[in-house]
Each structure stands twice: as structure tokens, then as C-alpha cells.
Ligand binder design. Structure first.
Ligand code: AMP
Length: 356
């Protein structure tokens, strides 16, 4: 079977390498940045199945996927829904998943209406193309309405009630063609300036009750869309609940630990799902695991190179401020040992962001 993946970044590459032991699957990656209509048509015709490494696919490429919709996994319905925060929130609600209250905003009047309906503070976001905290504005008082609209308005926005979150966690699942669902153990995710810096399994003091809510959410979500492949749900943890924030219809940075840490990685199960195979076990192989992103410069990974049970992944990208250049995964016999190991690698994490 020939599988074509749109996107040749680190996610596409990790998808490809996850399944090299199955030579009957021929995987190729398409660089969407060097798009031309003819080469894409050829790519779509050449492959039996098409997948994608990111939901940020330009509309002119999505349009070309329409005629070959039957071989696109996850389906175009999921892709389109999760490209737009309003459609995404509605899909989450329809699947019975709690989200922040929200209000569609298309004008300055709508901003005032959102303040009336939702109260303050409000997080206002562009409905499309915003990621890693870009295209957002937090409104604290009614006087913020105009500057907010001036800064990110003039296009479709969503206003969300501010969630009093304690921390952020994510749940990643995979659904096969036959509807079987496997869920990875959850991680606690620590961001800085809108970018994921590290993920921890297990999350410190995460209750079994919340774990089961998250597992129920991801199953409801995947089933509601007849989804095939790996899917990620990012959640805000509040004192007594989990509130869905965002969905990625793909493998996710917070699941990179699964390459060494889980029986079957998020990448491999995605490839198994989209090629119509039975999924592998998603259990963790270790009592504790951490994944630390390498951002901006790779020099600090020297610290990790000699450490036992530590795995350095370099994406082969040119260094640039705020750019994800690789990640380091470490496994441990306990959460305490894991946290000790991270402390030895804390040069990888901005000052004050690592809080054991
Ligand atoms: P997003 O691009 O939706 O992932 O948002 C980026 C970050 O902004 C999140 O990781 C949160 O820390 C924060 N944030 C987004 N939406 C909300 C909200 N409704 N309430 C509180 N914090 C939020």
C-alpha cells in the first residue's frame, strides 16, 4: 500500500520512520511549501491513502483533496472542523465535551455583546491559523474591546470565557477503521510564551476520575466524527473538571514521549490506523517519562547526550529563535527520579519554567 503524507516536517518524518519495519507500506512525504498543482495531483494519484501532518493546510490544497476524499485519513470532515475554532467548539459540544462558553465575533459590536454574554475576562482568538498563542487578545475590561478588535479583528474571531485553569493536560487517542480506540496515558504540559516546553507522564497528582473523563472525551470525539488515525485533545484542568480547549487531528508534540516510552507510539498507531490495521498497545513501558522540547538552539542537548535512558531527537532544522529543533525524551523508575533527571537538563528550559 502506498501512503502519502502532506507535509515533510518533523511530524511527517516521525510518522514515516515509525513503520519502517513494514516494507509493504511505501511512505512518501509531500512538501506543501513547494506546492504546485501538477505535482500535488500526481502525488494524490500515486498514493492509495493520503494523510497529513498538520491541520494548517491552505485552502487551495484542501480543495484538491475533495475529489479524492475517500482515501484521505483522517477524513476531510475532521480536517475542516479542526481548522476553525468555532466549528471545533461546536463539534466538541456536540460530542458531549465541556468547553469554555464562547461567542462568535465578526464586528466591534459583537465584542461588546460577547462581554455582556460571557462576562470578563475574555480570551479572544482568530478562528483560523492561530497556534502557539498567536492571534490572541485577553480582554480584562470593557475598555479593551476596541484595542482587541483593532489588533486581531477585521476577520472572524471567537470570544471565549476565561477558564480558571490550574494547568494544561492533553489526551491522545487513536481510532482504527473498525472503530477500535486506544488511548495513551495522559501528560501534563508546560508552556512558555505560547510554546510547549515539556510534557510529563504521569501528571503530578492527576486523579483517576479526571483520567477517565479524558478517556471518555477522546472516545466520544473520535466516534462522533467516525475518525481514523491519531487525535489529540488539549484540556484545561480546573479544580473539579476538565475543559476542552483545542483539538489537533494528528499526532501531537505532547505525545512524542511515546516513541521510546510507550509500547506503541502515537506515530505508529496512526500509520496502522490509516492503513487499515489493528492498533498496538498504548501503555507506558516505564513508571515515569518526560519529553523536553529543544527550542532556539541545540547546544544544550550536550547535557542529555551522556545521560542514561535519555534520547535526543534532532529534526535537522536550522536554528532560529522560538523554533522547535528537536526534543529529548527520558524515562525513569519513578516520578521523583524523572524530576531529578529533568533538573540536570534544566538548561533546556527557560529560567523559572521548570518547577519540580
Ligand atoms: P490556544 O492557542 O487556544 O492553545 O491558547 C494558547 C494559551 O492561551 C493556552 O495554552 C492557555 O494557556 C491560554 N488560553 C487559551 N484560551 C483560554 C481560555 N479560554 N481561558 C484561559 N486561558 C486560555
Amino acid at each position: 500500500m502506498k501512503i502519502g503524507i502532506l507535509g515533510n516536517g518533523q511530524l511527517g518524518q516521525m510518522l514515516q520512520t515509525s513503520i519502517v519495519d513494514q516494507p509493504e507500506l511505501e511512505i512518501s512525504l509531500y512538501d506543501t511549501r513547494n506546492y504546485c498543482e501538477q505535482s500535488l495531483q500526481q502525488f494524490l494519484a500515486d498514493n492509495d491513502r493520503i494523510s497529513y501532518e498538520t491541520e494548517n493546510i491552505p485552502a487551495h490544497i484542501v480543495a484538491q483533496l475533495e475529489p479524492v476524499e475517500a482515501k484521505v485519513f483522517p477524513g476531510l470532515n475532521a480536517l475542516k472542523v479542526f481548522q476553525n475554532r468555532l466549528l471545533e467548539k461546536n463539534a466538541l459540544r456536540n460530542a458531549g465535551i465541556d468547553t469554555a462558553d464562547f461567542h462568535a465575533v465578526n464586528s466591534l459590536e459583537d465584542v461588546h455583546e460577547a462581554i455582556q454574554t460571557l462576562g470578563l475576562p475574555i480570551v479572544m482568538k482568530t478562528t483560523t491559523e492561530g497556534y502557539d498563542g498567536k492571534g490572541q487578545f485577553v480582554l480584562k475590561t470593557a475598555a479593551d474591546a476596541e484595542p482587541a478588535w483593532q489588533t486581531i479583528g477585521g476577520r472572524e474571531l471567537i470570544a471565549e470565557a476565561f477558564v480558571p485553569l490550574q494547568r494544561e493536560v492533553s489526551v491522545i487517542g487513536c481510532r482504527s477503521e473498525s472503530g477500535e480506540i486506544k488511548v495513551w496515558p495522559m501528560t501534563e504540559n508546560i508552556h512558555h510564551e505560547g510554546i510547549l516546553r515539556y510534557s510529563l507522564y504521569p501528571a503530578h497528582g492527576f486523579s483517576a476520575e479526571k483520567q477517565s473523563i479524558a478517556e471518555r472525551y477522546i472516545a466520544q470525539l473520535a466516534n462522533s466524527l467516525d475518525y481514523v488515525g491519531t487525535i489529540t485533545l488539549e484540556l484545561f484542568e480546573t479544580e473539579d473538571n476538565l475543559i476542552a480547549n483545542e483539538v489537533a487531528p494528528r499526532v501531537h508534540n505532547s505525545g512524542h514521549w511515546s516513541i521510546e516510552g510507550a509500547e506503541t507510539s502515537q506515530f505508529r498507531n496512526h500509520m496502522l490506523a490509516i492503513s487499515g490495521q489493528v492498533l498496538g498497545n498504548t501503555a507506558s513501558k516505564f513508571p515515569a517519562v518526560a519529553m523536553i522540547n529543544v527550542i532556539g538552539t541545540e547546544e544544550e542537548t550536550a547535557d542529555a547526550a551522556g545521560m542514561p535512558e535519555t534520547y535526543v531527537h534532532s529534526y535537522g532544522k536550522e536554528a532560529r529563535p522560538a523554533r522547535k529543533l528537536g526534543h529529548v525524551t527520558l524515562t525513569a523508575d519513578s516520578s521523583e527520579q524523572r524530576d531529578d533527571k529533568i533538573t540536570q537538563l534544566k538548561r533546556l528550559i527557560p529560567a523559572g519554567v521548570w518547577k519540580p
